[in-house]
Design a protein around this ligand. Structure first.
Ligand code: AP5
Ligand code: MG
Length: 225
């Protein structure tokens, strides 16, 4: 079972990827998180990646394709720690990345099963991103109103400091949103033509969104959990 989560910045991809991964035994691969780890290393690749992320534009395909290939590892994705496939958050984001992904999966005799589009309105996006806080240490996500930490500015899991992501400044959010709107139509058409597109209403609580996706995916699951 290989699933893609696609949607605007702030649509809830990271939140749902975690919940779905745990529920359906899928290995979560979040490209944004992987890129942020590269930036932390402060090596040549990390410095290049940082430049693009800070502007809210896509990191060039050549760079992310290698990174995703190393992380997908099709041969082990089915059985790695009992996983029954992968859930991709933030890849692909354009047609050329979709083709790269097909190539990687095909090598292992696999394919994309479902492309989930989290559909969400602009006002909700701005609220979610401006009130998001992330743990500097473990990357856990919070929202000041809907998913607040137990203690102010402290991560519930690891006691790390909670900060605002660099690209959650209003001007960068605007740019990320523009990039998303430019690329989304072609990608949605690509997967709709393959009959793999599943559009989900991304509004409501994270549990409500999760239940919507779960109810759609459950009948397609062929493995024992
Ligand atoms: P990435 O980190 O993937 O950012 P993004 O796509 O802009 O999406 P976000 O992580 O901001 O939002 P999300 O949809 O995950 O929402 P979340 O669950 O956190 O990418 C960052 C950058 O990396 C890109 O701009 C680009 O530069 C680069 N990059 C990444 N992938 C790339 C690629 N393929 N090619 C090239 N470059 C790439 O939720 C948001 C907030 O809302 C949180 O606070 C959360 O707690 C809260 N929340 C979530 N769901 C709910 C809910 N149902 N109700 C209430 N609150 C909720
Ligand atoms: Mg995310």
């Amino acid at each position: 079972m290989n699933i893609i989560l696609f949607g605007s910045p702030g649509s809830g991809k990271g939140t749902q990827a975690k919940m779905l991964g745990e529920h359906f035994y899928l290995r979560k691969i979040s490209l944004g998180d992987i890129l942020r780890e590269e930036v932390k290393k402060d090596n040549e690749i990390g410095r290049q990646v940082k430049k693009y992320m800070e502007q809210g534009v896509l990191v060039p395909d050549e760079l992310v394709s290698h990174i995703i290939e190393d992380n997908i590892d099709v041969k082990s994705s089915d059985n790695h720690l009992g996983h029954r496939g992968i859930i991709l958050d933030g890849f692909p984001r354009n047609l050329s990345q979709a083709r790269v992904l097909e190539g990687i999966l095909n090598k292992g005799g696999q394919t994309v099963d479902t492309f989930i589009y989290l559909d969400i309105d602009e006002k909700t996006i701005i609220d979610r991103l401006s009130k998001r806080r992330v743990c500097k240490q473990c990357g856990a996500n919070y929202h000041l109103d809907t998913m607040p930490p137990r203690c102010q500015n402290v991560c519930d899991t690891c006691d790390g400091e909670l900060i605002q992501r660099n690209d959650d400044k209003p001007s960068v959010i605007k740019k990320r949103r523009e990039v998303f709107l430019e690329e989304s139509k072609k990608l949605l058409d690509f997967y709709a033509q393959k009959d793999k597109l599943l559009a989900i209403d991304g509004r409501g609580t994270k549990e409500e969104v999760f239940d919507r996706i779960k109810n759609e995916l459950q009948p397609k699951i062929t493995y024992e959990k």
